[in-house]
Write a protein that binds this ligand. Sequence first.
Ligand code: NI
Length: 258
Amino acid sequence: MNISIINTHSHINMLKETPIEDAIKELEENNIIALVPSSSTTDIFDVDKVIKKSDNLYGYVGVFPEEVKDFCDKTLYDMEEIIKNNNKIVGIGEVGLDYYWDKSFKDLQKEVFIKQIEFANQMNLPLNIHSREAHFDTLDILKKYNKNSKAILHCFSGSLEFAKECIKEGIYISLGGVVTFKNAKSAKEVAKGIPLEYLLLETDDPYLAPVPFRGKENRPYYVKYVAEEIANLRDISVEEVTQLTTENALKIFPQLSA
Ligand code: NI
């Protein structure tokens, strides 16, 4: 396949208004690859299944910060079994910290985040990371515990200065629909200011649909609007954005080029 865009974070299995067959067709017709993260101890099984529906889908296994109360030793066992039996699982995610919704179990979030980083290191797989209002703790933990896994900060919501600090540590920055929002000053600054070698594209569908679909259900195919906006902001061609971000993603996920 001549890949046009790699969408590094798409919950295609969570679409409600769009039939999944339609979303897959849009990806296949446009040579877009989508990587589907898992959010919970049960979602890992759903992602394992759903990515088998198309050559354009790959997946991550992991437990999202809001779901860490269900995380246990069996979860790591389940994730390892899924990885062993499905070579389309190419990373661990989405994992991380979220202090926006609930600060009451910060310590448990950190503990489970660390366990999943160590698991990624052991499996030699990259990390797809969710970090909301927890930027400094996320970076601290990565510096301390991540030994050998490439890391992506998904739907990056920090400042340009913080993005540069992460890049110094070799961390990739992934941008989604927010960059197209009129008032998203900081996301636009990040899109303009970071070295392209560390930029990745995503949608985080079904959430955060880009303009002109803001407020509607997002779709994995809309990643092209994210690429267009970044091209506009940087005053370069869309092809340059899609080519470079695809090369970046293939460095992290070499299995996708096969
Ligand atoms: Ni997500």
